[in-house]
Write a protein that binds this ligand. Sequence first.
Ligand SMILES: [Zn+2]
Length: 466
Amino acid sequence: MAGAQPKTIGELRQSGYQVVSTKEEMRRNLISRIKKNEEILPGIVGYDDSVLPQLQNAILSGQDIIMLGERGQAKSRILRSLVNLLDEEIPIIDGCEINDNPYDPVCKACRDSVEKHGDAVEIEWVGRDRRYGEKLATPDSTIADLIGEVDPIKVAEGRYLSDELTIHYGLVPRTNRGIFCINELPDLAERIQVGLLNIMEERDVQIRGYRIRLPLDVFLVASANPEDYTNRGRIITPLRDRYGAQIRTHYPRSVLHEMDIMEQERTKFTDEQYEVTVPPYMREIVAEITRLARRSPDVNQRSGVSVRASIADFESLLANAMRRAIRLGERDVVPRVSDLPYVIPTLSGKVEFDTVEDGKEDQIIEKLIQGAVVAVFNRYFNVVDLEEVVTRFKAGLATEVSDTMPSDRYVTMMKSVDGLARAVAKLEPGENPALIASATEFVLEGLHLNKRLNKDRVAGKTQYRG
Ligand SMILES: [Zn+2]
């Protein structure tokens, strides 16, 4: 809205501006994006054929939305991104706590002001970022937090009629004419659920026994763990019925999606003196670890394994590669198989184990890592093609690797073992010693996990032998 933006209710009226409900506004903007074939929710990966079509249908049909899914499935992120479907700016009565519609204010202060000054009342334009609120529900969330509170002293003095009460507004009214998201909805006490329902359906609410009219325009969305949601009694039936669209999220269905999310979400720094390169197989291993954890009987699958586990693992892996490059004075930062143990402490903090004796967690994660390495290795190689390398080891060769070994040493090693250079070349490391080091370790570990080489661990180093 360039140029002379209306500054008073009168000017707004003259401009012909129409106020529509939040749902109508989002629907109109969605329709225009679909028509123009524009991206609807930027940065949401892997949901093009599942979640996103359902979400669009819900908005087109004006339904309230609840996202059901285990943790780390981008539920909150998707709900937050709905803000992009709001207008860039909308007019409210200047200074109003609950973003009152200039043509039809709700709060007492605005109603009084319009009564007194009419069309001269000033308006303010608010951006879409200010029209989103969210709350993590807990059993001790209160009506006061979410909806509001009346001044108990004034009530006691009997100074106000119930519809004239001055309310201290809670989070939901403060998001009036916007989107409010309640995360983990089933954790709200039943009484609070009733309060929310009343606000949405009857447009009034009981506070301290007073029935208060509060005709809000809030697009109420929520997220929940599917198991809590389906659990009888955790959510009151009329509130459940209100959610027209129950959209089930899921973990990335393909390794590629998991890898894309890792790359997109990892914390990035600009280190001009270092060049970070991640071979595709290393990225794939990290994604595969998470995928195996999601199927492991030792991991609590009810709480799930978040995509955040992949992201954090990836960051830890890169950190160890970076630390090596700094210490060895190498420019290239390339993660190797021998960096993978540094993922263990990270992943331990991201998954819940089912009935496991203390100290076993590390072993479980180590198994997951091995499983991931062998699965990825077998996508790149056929072990029978590497017999030449195995033969050399069977003839008495032994070789050491470690996460602190300079990259050049691997170049020498690769050249001295028959067949190894050819295997490494399949991974296309070019002439880059750090990439050659990573590829060499991947081949040796892959052969070991396919039971073609033996491996010993001595004093921080790993030795492969025949
Ligand atoms: Zn107001």
